[in-house]
Design a protein. Structure first.
Length: 302
């Protein structure tokens, strides 16, 4: 189910059951929110990318994705949107109609469901992403033409992140890479304690990364050193790090943890009755989604 809730009361304003459209069961990527649309991908035995009317929940359009669907975030440039399917296809759709403009396909076919990797990054007319085939790709955002690809020797297990002319990705063989966005050349290769995974976040002069399930770390953007790391009591459970004010937020099982972005110091924690998965931010309220289903609105005083 996808639901729109009133931010002040939690009352359901509209909902939609994706099971009416086939054997799909989950949402894993962050939606794209526009002035009038909510665009999000689904996965399961198959999947769709949906565009819902923000006010009513009516389906404006849906794009069917075979082979388990879409777990990546939806990203946008002007009237075009981009996402990576679980089969490693990079797809460009028209935002208003949902009609495909192009599809970039490589030879990879998934053997297992990956929900933590492959979200693309956009910069200067190019789309960047890492595949389960071990390659990082740069593709022209207008035509879908391959500009370059770089063999990293192992599955890419993180989203792509771009800062200026640097592309960051992590692999299953416990490496973080900094590549040139111009050529794909490796500018830095940093071995890590565990495999980087989930969404990479760039915050000021830092790269925030989950390493395995137990370590959350901040690296300098040159990938020369670890600036700080924080260990979970058992497991980091949030889908990605989240930035709020001057803090970094993450779920540690049933505990919401706020770490100072500059040095990783714990600023505060809060216990929830369910495992923390997704975190939404607003100036005064945090919205906490949990694996068991309940959503909480949690006020934080300045």
């Amino acid at each position: 189910m996808i639901r729109a809730l009133d931010k002040k009361t939690g009352q359901v304003k509209w909902d939609y059951d994706i099971r009416k459209d086939g054997e799909q069961s989950q949402f894993h990527g962050d939606p794209l929110i526009t002035d009038d649309l909510v665009v999000i991908g689904t996965d399961g035995t198959l999947g769709h990318v949906y565009a819902f009317d923000r006010a009513t929940g009516a389906v404006r359009w849906k794009y069917k994705v075979e082979v388990t669907g879409v777990a990546s975030d939806i990203v946008r440039v002007e009237n075009q949107i981009y996402f990576v399917t679980i089969a490693d296809d990079l797809v460009c759709l028209d935002l208003q109609s949902g009609k495909p403009k192009w599809v970039f396909h490589d030879a990879y076919s998934p053997q297992e469901h990956c929900v933590t990797c492959a979200s693309p990054a956009l910069s200067d007319g190019r789309v960047y992403f890492g595949g389960r085939d071990g390659f990082a790709y740069a593709v022209d955002s207008q035509s879908g033409r391959l500009i370059w690809k770089k063999d990293l020797g192992a599955d890419v297990t993180t989203s792509a992140a771009v800062d200026h002319h640097n592309l960051y990705v992590g692999t299953s063989k416990r490496h973080l890479y900094r590549l040139s966005t111009d050529s794909g050349a490796v500018l830095a290769d940093l071995p890590t304690e565990s495999a980087p995974n989930r969404r990479l976040i760039i915050a000021n002069d830092s790269l925030l990364v989950f390493l395995g399930d137990e370590i959350f770390a901040s690296f300098d953007l040159d990938l020369k050193k670890v600036q700080w790391s924080a260990e979970a009591s058992k497991q980091w459970t949030s889908a990605r790090p989240y930035l709020w004010r001057d803090a970094v937020l993450a779920g540690n099982r049933r505990e919401l943890v706020a770490l100072r972005a500059s040095d990783g110091t714990r600023e505060w924690t809060f216990q929830f009755p369910e495992t923390v998965r997704g975190i939404g931010t607003s100036p005064d309220i945090l919205y906490i989604g949990t694996l068991a289903g309940p959503v909480f609105a949690y006020p934080r005083k300045p």
